[in-house]
Ligand binder design. Sequence first.
Ligand SMILES: *Cc1c(COP(=O)(O)O)cnc(C)c1O
Length: 400
Amino acid sequence: MMKAFEKKVWLSSPTMHGEELEYITQAYETNWMSTVGENINEAERLACEKVGCKYAVALSCGTAALHLAVKLAGVKPGDTVFCSDMTFAATLNPVVYEGGTPVFIDTEYDTWNMDPMALEKAFELYPQTKVVVMANLYGTPGKMDEITAVCSKHGAVLIEDAAESLGATYKGRQTGNFGTYNAISFNGNKIITGSSGGMLLTDDLQAANKARKWSTQSRENAPWYQHEELGYNYRMSNVVAGVVRGQFPHLEEHIAQKKAIYHRYKEGLKDLPVSMNPYDEKNSKPNFWLSCLLIDKDAMCKQVRGDNEAGYVNEPGKTCPTQILETLAACNAEGRPIWKPMHMQPIFKGNAFVSNCDGAGNVADVGADIFHRGLCLPSDNKMTEAEQDAIIEIIRSCFA
Ligand SMILES: *Cc1c(COP(=O)(O)O)cnc(C)c1O
C-alpha cells in the first residue's frame, strides 16, 4: 500500500487570506452584527462588478438564491420545470419547494452539462414548460449559446445555477449572467467562500427588489409589521459578508491554482486509459473548481453500486471509481464520486427524464455512464505539487 498523507488532502477546502478577518472585525467593532451593514453592500457590489450583472442580492445560501429565482420565474404547483440531471440536488430542490415538478434533462459528454438536444426534445414532449434550471457543473460552462437559443425559441425563462462556476466564462461572458435569474454560492467548499452564503444575480431591478423584500420577511412599507406576501429569513449576515468581501479579491488567484491542478493531473495521467472532465477549449474558460477523471470503458473493472454501498472486482490493468476512491481514502486523501444523477435518486424516481441517447454503445443515458466511470479528484488549492504527484501515483497504482 502507498504511504498515507500525514495531513489530509481535501477535495476542496476554504482558503483564507487575512482580509476576511479584518472585515469580520470591522463588523464586530462597529456593532453591525446583523443582516445589515457595509460588508453586505460591498459584497453585492463586488459580485456585480465581477459577474457583470446589474443587481446582486446577498442571501444566507445559494439554495435560498435558487428558491427566490424559482419564485421570480413564477413556478406554481403542478408546473413542469426542466432541470439539469447530473448536478447537486440544491439546483432543483427549490422547484419542489414551490410545488413544481422537475423533469430531468440528460447530460452531454462535451462539458458534462445539460444537453441542449435533450432539452429541445423535452420541449416537444412538454411544450407548456416555461422554466429551465441549468447548472454549470464543477466550474465548467455548459453549451450556453445552444441552451439560451432553445430557451428563447420556446419562450422559457432560464435560471442559471452558477454555484460551482463563479469566475468561469463562456465567449468572454461570466457564468451567473446567462439566466434571467442566477444563483452563486459561498458555501465552504466553493471556489471562494463566506463560510456559507449565496447571492441572487439579475439585471431586473424589480426582481432584485422583490427578492430583497422576500428575503427579509416580506415587510410592507408601514409603521408596523404589515404583510401582503409570504416572507423568508434569507438575508446574508454582515459577518459572513465580511468573509465574502475579503475573498473576492482572491478569486482569480484561486482559479489560477485550480487550473494548474487540473493541468498537472492531465499531464500526469495522460498515458493512462482515462480522460479529464472536458470543456470547450475554444469558447470557454472554466474556473476548474474540481478536477475529475473519467475511466475509459474498456479499462473499467466490474463495479456494482447499490443505493448505499459499492463494491468492485479487482482486475489487472483495470480499475473503477470505487477502487480509486477507496485507495485515496486509505491514503488520507479525499475524492468523491460524480454527483449522482437526479433521475437515479430514490426521491425523484417518479419524475420524468429526457435523454438524447440512441442506445448505441450500451449507454442508456449519459449521466449514468459518467456517474459509473467518473470521479472527482482531490482539488484543494493548498495541495502541494509533491502531494499531487503522490495522488497521481496512487491513481496509477490502481491500474496495476
Ligand atoms: C453548492 C451548490 C448549491 C447550493 O449552494 P449552498 O450555498 O450550499 O446552498 C447549488 N447548486 C450547486 C450546483 C452547488 O454545487
